[in-house]
Ligand binder design. Structure first.
Ligand code: ZN
Length: 542
């Protein structure tokens, strides 16, 4: 069956799926330490009582996706013959010293430094003993990583480099790989390299995830599935027609191949090689944005239609996991517009339907020399971003608001360290829903030591936390007499509530509606110039 195919080659690895123990440790390791993005949180379609977590680049592109079935308390497996025994990621040339330091700082021991087929690599393991490698790869820096992740783009993981299978003998699995269009390349010791679609190397940025190495170890210990062991490796099919041709070809070669299964994010067939390794062939389409928008990947628990009726039961029985809210973990997409002349910062909070860019022009106008930190709200309403959910206009989901305020406060605390923000020279500037969450942060006692706020068209976000102390807090409230969203009575009630809690409130009722007007700009600029003059010299002169 040495069919040498010149066309119809698989482009390489689609995803790799392994067993893990603790889902929280798994999530933390792959997002925080390795800097992969959680691109999907769903359940094992064949066992909906357990999670299926997907990690990848910004978009979860084929060739970047590492997935886990975490089972709390799962016993450790054995990396051995008949299994994929190492998973290697591509990182930019020259990045390994930084990686070694990062791993060491985070308490992960580098097991080995080596060179393989001329490329430097380091080897380490996750908390379950899963064997991982980072390999310096030419062109890796052209590839997409997770741009808001905790690892700088200059070293971030770009997807898979290769997978290593450890087998008792070479030929049977080599034949299968060649059937799918891999070509056998050089050998180094007991390791033989197979490359998918080598012609793609003419494109800068490619190839990625196109290497499978087979290490032959005839006397090695047999592997056993368990925590830290790869369950299966999926190769790519460009489309359903190509997948059907592979199905026919593999069946003709005598392999038992499953029917096509719909995995929501791709369609799959499965077969086991004579060497013992479980393979899958997965289509590139439809991808992970099929059930949540790309910016929100991984945020919700996603279920296939057949399990949707079980949602409340599954949410009650799946182990709770906390999606970390450190900045850089993209819990808030944001812009930080640094000003070299400034010691002051505006935290800009947009209204419904805005995003992290919406208030930057306003911020520049009212504080020309300030740094601007502008997060995007995480609550989706239709396709519009907000900072917390509402049940209907003007009626807020208080439970959601409590969680969102806490998350934003945690994120701001960490962002404050990252960007060296001085709370004494910082003001919140919120418009509409952004003003409401700023008011909620003040009234819930979660303003993070920031004592200045400009609230434009704000309304009462909910009851204040009992005993909240806002002494020393100064607020400029800009309301509209003809605001179609915020009744005058409501705006006055918020001003009274803040005053009651100890804040000094300067409340202007403008002759206008809900939209921003010139008077907002002028009043905000004058107030900021007075309140934080050291940080905002230009505003002070205005
Ligand atoms: Zn799979």
């Amino acid at each position: 069956m040495h069919t040498q195919l010149t066309t119809d080659r698989t482009p390489g690895i689609h995803h790799i799926t392994a067993i893990a123990s603790d889902p929280q440790k798994n999530l933390d390791f792959y997002t925080r330490t390795l800097g992969l993005r959680l691109v999907k949180r769903t359940v094992n379609f064949d066992d909906p009582g357990s999670y299926h977590l997907y990690f990848g680049n910004e978009l979860g592109s084929p060739g970047t996706i590492l997935t886990f079935f975490p089972h709390p308390g799962a016993r450790p497996g054995v990396q051995g013959v008949g299994y994929q025994t190492a998973t290697a990621f591509a990182v930019p040339t020259g990045s390994l010293p930084s990686w070694a330091k990062r791993l060491d700082d985070m308490g992960v021991r580098v097991i080995e430094r080596d060179t393989r087929f001329g490329q430097p690599l380091i080897r380490f393991a996750d908390h379950d003993g899963m064997q991982l490698e980072l390999i310096e790869t030419p062109h890796a820096d052209h590839l997409l990583s997770w741009k808001d992740g905790p690892v700088g783009a200059e070293i971030a993981v770009r997807g898979f480099h290769s997978a290593t299978l450890t087998l008792g003998e070479l030929q049977e699995t080599a034949d299968v790989l060649q059937t799918l269009g891999f070509t056998q390349q050089q050998t180094e010791g007991s390791r033989t390299r197979f490359i998918a679609h080598p012609t793609a190397s003419t494109h800068p940025g490619e190839p990625i995830a196109n290497i499978i190495d087979i290490v032959v170890d005839p006397d090695g210990q047999p592997g056993r599935l368990g925590a830290g062991v790869v369950h299966h490796i999926a190769l790519r099919a460009n489309n359903d027609a190509q997948q059907a041709r592979y199905h026919a070809r593999l069946s003709a070669a005598g392999l038992g191949v499953s029917p096509v299964r719909d995995r929501n994010y791709f369609r799959s067939i499965y077969f086991r090689t004579p060497g013992g390794v479980l393979f899958e062939i997965a289509t590139d389409a439809p991808g992970f944005a099929v059930d949540e928008p790309a910016p929100a990947l991984g945020m919700g628990l996603k279920l296939p239609a057949e399990y949707e009726p079980l949602r409340s039961r599954l949410e009650g029985t799946l182990p709770p996991i906390h999606i970390p809210t450190t900045p850089g973990l993209a819990t808030h997409h944001h812009r930080f517009d640094a000003n070299p002349n400034s010691a002051g910062t505006l935290i800009l909070l947009h209204g419904t339907g805005g995003d992290e860019r919406s208030l930057l022009p306003l911020g520049r106008k009212i504080a020309p020399t300030a740094d601007l930190l502008s997060p995007r709200g995480n609550a989706l309403e239709g396709d519009q971003w907000r900072f917390f959910k509402r049940l209907r206009p003007g009626v807020f989901d208080q439970a959601d608001q409590a969680v969102r305020v806490r998350e934003l406060a945690q994120w701001l605390a960490a962002a404050g360290q990252r960007y060296a923000i001085n709370p004494q020279a910082t003001a919140y500037v919120g418009f509409s829903n952004g003003a409401n969450i700023a008011a909620a942060m003040l009234l819930r006692g979660q303003a993070g030591g920031i004592k200045r706020a400009v609230l434009i068209r704000a309304m009462v976000p909910g009851d204040p936390m009992p005993g909240v102390d806002l002494r020393g807090v100064r607020v400029l409230m800009l309301s509209g007499k003809d605001d179609e969203m915020v009744p005058v009575e409501n705006a006055n009630r918020l001003a009274a509530m803040l005053t009651e809690a100890g804040a000094t409130v300067d409340h202007h009722m403008l002759d206008t509606g809900h939209g921003l007007v010139k008077a907002d700009v002028e009043l905000a600029m004058a107030w900021l110039g007075k309140e934080i003059p050291a940080a905002l010299p230009h505003a002070a002169l205005a």
